[in-house]
Design a protein around this ligand. Structure first.
Ligand SMILES: [Zn+2]
Length: 265
């Protein structure tokens, strides 16, 4: 495949289409074709295609949750033979091509190739798609947070986040939900001494006051402010131990403790 740190080809951009309360359907497109990630609802995506005279060329699915897959049937009826690429297992209706770790998704109409990274934790089938300096990671990594553990273990999620953390620092991270502001509240409880986090909170508050998206975020920033990527840091470890009232043996135990803490925060 292309060098994974290559930028997106000229003329290709990523645009957010809003759905439900706080979902983004990320659209990778040029001026003719769109590839949409996790269309939980067909209607706003079809409106976006109509408004910009774009044809839906393919759909990528990160995991089986309804708010990521609910639009597939309608989109496939509007665009017959639509490629729908996502997790294997046959549990998601409408997937036409299943992929797993290390597979490369070729999007010839956009001149893009994305490699598949398995990231179980939020769900067991969860995938991320990475290439050209961008990653679509569904509900695994959020800005200043991470997905809830619905199916996987804390060990699995921690391992998955560490896989994402090894992507280049300038990787742009396209997560599905606008959770940044509330995630920051929790991150500040874990790491009140993190000045980069305080600066980021100010920027995010301004963007949200203007009803602007806080995404994509960037890997370098997340490494500096996201407590779930900072389980090796002293303050994160000390806060986790203080919260659960017991020493924690390793990074994974710290991760598990702050994930549980966030669930009740
Ligand atoms: Zn989900």
């Amino acid at each position: 495949m292309n060098n994974p740190s290559d930028a997106l080809p000229e003329g290709i951009q990523v645009t957010a289409v809003r759905a439900f309360q706080d979902n983004y359907i990320w659209c990778l497109h040029n001026n003719a074709t769109v590839v949409a990630v996790d269309p939980g609802d067909a209607a706003p995506l079809l409106a976006f295609c109509r408004e910009h005279t774009l044809k839906l060329g393919a759909v990528l699915i990160t995991h089986h949750h309804r708010d990521h897959t609910g639009g597939i049937a309608k989109l496939a009826s509007v665009y017959p033979n639509l490629p729908v690429i996502g997790p294997a297992g046959g549990h998601i209706r409408g997937i036409t091509k299943s992929v797993d770790e290390g597979d490369v998704v070729r999007l010839p109409t956009l001149g893009c190739e994305l490699s598949v990274i398995e990231v179980p934790g939020h769900t067991l089938d969860h995938l991320a798609f990475f290439g050209h300096g961008v990653v679509f990671c569904g509900d695994t990594l959020f800005s200043a947070g991470c997905g809830r553990l619905f199916e996987g273990s804390a060990e699995q999620m921690h391992h998955s986040l560490n896989k994402l953390k090894r992507l280049p620092d300038n990787t742009l991270i396209y997560c599905t939900h606008e959770y940044t502001q509330s995630n920051i509240q929790f991150a500040m409880a874990v790491e009140p001494g993190n000045s980069a986090l305080q600066d980021y909170a100010d920027k995010v508050n301004v963007r949200r006051q203007q009803d602007k998206a806080t995404l994509p975020t960037q890997m370098a920033r997340e490494k500096a402010i996201n407590p779930f990527l900072r389980t090796h840091c002293d303050e994160v470890c000390r806060s986790a131990e203080a919260h659960c009232g017991a020493p924690l043996a390793n990074d994974t135990a710290v991760f598990a403790a702050i994930r549980r803490w966030k669930d009740e925060f």
